[in-house]
Design a protein around this ligand. Structure first.
Ligand SMILES: O=C(CO)[C@H](O)[C@H](O)COP(=O)(O)O
Length: 275
């Protein structure tokens, strides 16, 4: 594997027998591999710190907790399970996706649903981006519909994220656009309507290990909207307008929903923002 890495850097030098050059490349490659590993570790550490802090501050005994989706939420579920074991907390966990349901079951937590628990004390979820006014982009993992339903039933939506999600303005760091979940038969007209009304472009999200589009947990498609970044947007109005288009099931714009956000930093600290 290391030889492959060297090849990708400079095949001719690898074969040339020029020992000094090879040593130089070897050191460079080692340095860059270590740097990448360190960066990855701190991103994961940042997610973990944010998740642990949110769980420690918001999860109390005898409460109903919404469990979001994505990679940061995995740390939150670990922490919830640790506390249930150590402190004997009595909790009911409401999932926001197939992934969340699996996490709850795998960690031996009590699985609930909105039929039996229509009101939640808090929901803990990740985000793709959070702006200065606490407007969120969600749905990078395709679970926005159930995430929004569960969050809407919770007294508090607590966001857990790493430092790369904290932006003054949406689109500053997250470049994949705003996800819009749509009924499959309507994806072409919805794409045209949003593009002509608001500008930008919408792209049907394609699956990676399957031919064709991503199909959500609810059997729908996702359009990712690369919105014009040079304009000021009233996200509440934009969200309401898009929701009025027939066939739109929901958007990944969460406006006025999040009460608190925790951002894990590279140095292990956690910054907070409140609505
Ligand atoms: O909205 C989501 C899934 O639909 C996730 O919360 C969002 O994509 C963030 O995920 P991660 O914690 O992996 O960065």
């Amino acid at each position: 594997m290391f030889r492959q890495l060297l090849h990708s850097l400079s095949p001719s030098l690898v074969h040339s027998g020029r020992r000094n050059s090879l040593a130089y490349i070897t050191n460079r490659a080692l340095f860059s591999t270590q740097t990448t590993a360190t960066a990855k570790m701190s991103l994961e550490e940042a997610k973990k710190c944010a998740a642990y802090k949110a769980v420690d501050e918001y999860v109390k005994d005898n409460t109903v907790v919404g469990v979001g989706s994505g990679s940061t939420v995995v740390y939150a579920v670990h922490r919830i399970a640790e506390r249930v074991k150590a402190e004997g907390l009595k909790l009911v966990c409401i999932p926001t996706s197939f992934q969340a349901r699996q996490l709850i079951i795998e960690h031996g937590l009590v699985l609930g649903d909105l039929e039996c628990n229509p009101r939640l004390d808090c929901a803990i979820d990740g985000a793709d981006e959070v702006d200065a006014k606490m407007v969120l982009i969600k749905g990078g993992g395709g679970c926005l519909l159930q995430e929004k339903i569960v969050a809407s039933c919770a007294d508090r939506l607590v966001v857990i994220a790493d430092y790369t999600k904290d932006s003054a303005k949406l689109g500053q760091q997250y470049r994949k656009g705003i996800p819009i979940e749509v009924a499959p038969m309507a994806y072409v007209p919805i794409k045209g309507k949003v593009e002509s009304r608001f500008g930008g472009t919408l792209k049907l999200r394609m699956a990676v290990a399957k031919a064709g589009p991503v199909v959500t947990d609810n059997g729908n498609f996702i359009l990712d909207w690369s919105f014009p970044a040079d304009k000021e947007h009233d996200w509440d109005a934009v969200n309401r307008d898009i929701m009025m288009i027939p066939g739109v099931v929901d958007t990944g714009l969460f406006v006025g929903m999040a009460t608190k956000a925790y951002f894990g930093q590279q140095d292990g600290s956690v910054t907070e923002r409140s609505a």
